[in-house]
Design a protein around this ligand. Structure first.
Ligand SMILES: Nc1nc2c(ncn2[C@@H]2O[C@H](COP(=O)(O)OP(=O)(O)OP(=O)(O)O)[C@@H](O)[C@H]2O)c(=O)[nH]1
Ligand SMILES: [Mg+2]
Length: 327
């Protein structure tokens, strides 16, 4: 494990890939190695890109990588696919679209999907960002499809969040619904070669003006791109760099990073507490009794929960759980 950790710190892609795999699989060696490399992390600029399925995120990331390489940065990419196991399609799309960087040793691309693991994708992605950070990538791009809770959680792991919209499809409405407008630091209108781009831009600008803005706050720019022709991508790279610079100057980068650490810590505690309570519950006869009672409506589920936690939860006083509300 310590040999692997060392090679990860040297930037070895094979070792980095193996470590991420261990973490995904819940292999205890993963956490062990992560502990070793952890002190060396915290240096990368983490940029999350999110947006509706098919908005052109992978195409944009591909062009973004090229731009960042021109600027001399080493780039790590994590493409997150919350919709799996149903679609291998998005991941395949990522591979194809970012293919040209596969032989560049300044670029590391990893696709991830949930495997129904507790803590799920957000946690696996967070761990993967730590690995890429330890490997010494200056910028880490995290692509997530804009659906559901996973996406919002993935937003928590970035310093800079890029929200990708496209003309038509009422995507801007979706964005508002998901509350994504509030968390975006940089807005991209991709596919701006498509009809309706001007309308979409006007609409987005209006929505952005409605955001409450504190004194000296960052004003999120809106950038038009045509990812498939690499247009607007230099502006996107500059906007992300400017956002990081803004955070630095305001002394806020540390706070964003600290928030990220706090968020992850809370997740870990919650996951572990849940696992332990559920394991204790599963091992207890009380659980089966209560379950039978709940199914038969002999007890309401709230009282059953309280009785179960009194018996097996962190505040259980005695293993027999006589405090039960049943009956
Ligand atoms: N016209 C036009 N097409 C684009 C543009 N950017 C991407 N596309 C096309 O849009 C399609 C989807 O692109 P992807 O990059 O796979 O989109 P995505 O958001 O990563 O998709 P998912 O990861 O599946 O959600 C592809 O056929 C791209 O070639 C653009 O700026 N203009
Ligand atoms: Mg994609």
């Amino acid at each position: 494990v310590s040999g692997l950790a060392e090679r990860v710190l040297e930037g070895c892609p094979v070792s980095g890939g193996r470590l991420i795999r261990w973490l995904e699989d819940g292999d205890p060696r993963g956490i062990e190695a992560l502990r070793v490399v952890y002190p060396q992390t915290g240096k990368s600029h983490l940029i999350g890109l999110t947006g509706a399925p098919g908005a052109g995120k992978s195409t944009l990331v591909d062009a973004f990588i090229a731009e960042l390489r021109r600027r001399g940065h080493r780039v790590g990419v994590i493409a997150v696919d919350p919709s799996s196991p149903f679609s291998g399609g998005a991941i395949l799309g990522d591979r194809v679209r970012m293919q040209r960087h596969a032989t560049d040793d300044g670029v590391f691309i990893r696709s991830m999907a949930t495997r129904g693991r507790m803590g799920g994708l957000a946690r696996a992605s967070f761990e993967a960002t730590l690995v890429l950070d330890a490997m010494g990538y200056d910028v880490i791009l995290v692509e997530t499809v804009g659906v559901g809770q996973d996406e919002i959680e993935v937003v928590e792991l970035a310093h800079t969040t890029v929200v990708v919209s496209v003309p038509g499809l009422g995507d801007d409405i979706q964005a508002i619904k998901a509350g994504i407008l509030e968390v975006g630091d940089v807005f991209v209108l991709n596919k701006s070669d498509r009809p309706g781009a001007d309308d979409a831009e006007r609409h987005l600008r209006m929505m952005l003006h409605l955001r409450p803005a504190a004194e000296g706050a960052w004003m999120p720019p809106l950038i038009r791109t045509v990812a498939s022709r690499e247009e607007g991508v230099a502006e996107l790279a500059s906007a992300c760099a400017a956002h990081r610079q803004h955070l630095l100057e305001q002394g806020r980068l540390e706070r964003v990073a600290a928030d990220r650490n706090e968020h992850f810590f809370r997740e870990l505690v919650r996951d572990r507490a849940l696992e332990e309570v559920l394991a204790a519950a599963a091992a207890s006869r009380r659980f089966d009794d209560l379950l039978a009672a709940v199914r038969a409506r002999r007890i309401d589920p709230y009282s059953a929960r309280d009785a179960l936690l009194a018996a097996v939860g962190p505040h259980a006083t005695d293993a027999r759980g006589e405090r039960g509300a049943e009956g």
